[in-house]
Design a protein around this ligand. Structure first.
Ligand SMILES: Nc1ncnc2c1ncn2[C@@H]1O[C@H](COP(=O)(O)OP(=O)(O)O)[C@@H](O)[C@H]1O
Ligand SMILES: [Mg+2]
Length: 301
């Protein structure tokens, strides 16, 4: 079986690890950096080779390449197995669109508010409970998430965003003791989950900025909302971030380009191997050679 990873020029530890594990399992497995890819005549070409001739493509599309990544995946759609749908790259790299899709699917998400200028929020700010959360639509590793303790702080943060020509995205704060849960979904199941506790003096639980992870078993409800979220967003591989609020679990984010070193450290799991094994199984059950077979596979999904 032949396949490749499509990702940024500089490979992250996760991409290197996936490559290493994939090379043990596949006949041919290589890395196609996005700056070296050309889309021409409905074909995705890398070093002159048509990537549609592979059995699978494993997308690792960062936000900076979101639109080109979308076009690559859209061109390959239906021709090779991909664990990430093209639209997921756009939706999951945008926190507003993610929560909108999840809300429409009836999943629990925080209340959100979006505007292009602060003036529009003036009345709303009087009725909010504080703190409120203000986010860049595309932050990651906690960078781009801000908390405002009062109307005054919220106004000044929003003015700054307006000045930077960033949309203003406000989220209801879900009360929690500085903890969230990262559920790693792989192919309609939960591979593992960890509770992350924020560093003292921080409200953000991300591991990359000092949060500490510990293994946790998620209950049936948490499992089912995570799996449903992954499905709604069109991802077979993803990390769903959940806060256990006073009224139950609330999904705050889904990660399309999920990092999994934290999970390896916390659960001692060979995550890259599990991903590669899953991709192999899926790619071998899907036969894209005839349209009928493809539609049959789609119906089974
Ligand atoms: N609505 C919220 N209420 C309470 N805490 C939040 C909320 N949104 C985010 N956080 C905290 O901030 C962290 C980072 O937020 P998240 O939206 O996951 O951004 P990132 O993409 O940077 O990980 C979360 O892990 C959580 O600890
Ligand atoms: Mg997060």
């Amino acid at each position: 079986m032949k396949g490749c990873i499509i990702g940024p020029k500089i490979r992250s530890d996760c991409e290197i690890w996936l490559l290493e594990e994939g090379k043990k399992v596949f006949d041919k497995f290589f890395y196609a950096p996005m700056p070296s890819i050309v889309i021409s005549d409905g074909k995705v070409l890398f070093k002159g080779k048509n990537l549609a001739e592979l059995d699978f493509v494993l997308p690792r599309i960062p936000r900076t390449y979101m639109w080109f990544g979308y076009k690559i995946l859209k061109t390959l759609e239906g021709k090779v197995y991909m664990p990430i749908e093209p639209r997921s790259v756009i939706v999951s790299h945008n926190k507003f669109l993610t929560l909108l899709a999840l809300k429409e699917a009836g999943l629990p998400v925080p209340k959100t508010f979006m505007a292009a200028s602060r003036g529009t929020f003036e009345n709303l700010l009087d009725d909010m409970n504080y703190p409120v959360v203000i986010k860049l639509l595309y932050g990651s590793l906690g960078k781009g998430v801000m908390f405002a303790d009062s109307k005054q702080s919220a106004k000044s943060l929003m003015d700054t965003l307006e000045r930077l020509k960033e949309p203003i995205f406000l989220e209801e704060y879900i009360p929690n003791p500085g903890e969230d849960i990262r559920v790693f979904v792989l192919g309609g199941g939960v591979l593992g989950a960890m509770k992350r506790t924020a560093e003292k003096d921080d409200l953000r639980a991300n591991i990359g900025i000092g949060g500490i992870g510990e293994p946790i078993k998620v209950d049936t409800n948490m499992k089912s909302i995570s799996i449903k979220a992954a499905d709604v967003l069109g991802m077979d591989i993803t990390g769903i971030d959940i806060i256990k609020g006073p009224k139950g679990p609330v999904i705050i984010e889904a990660n399309v380009n999920v990092h999994f070193e934290g999970l390896k450290k916390t659960l001692g799991m060979n995550v890259a191997h599990e991903i590669v094994k899953y991709v192999k199984d899926e790619a071998s059950t899907v036969d894209y050679t005839t349209f009928e077979k493809f539609m049959g596979w789609l119906k089974r999904k």
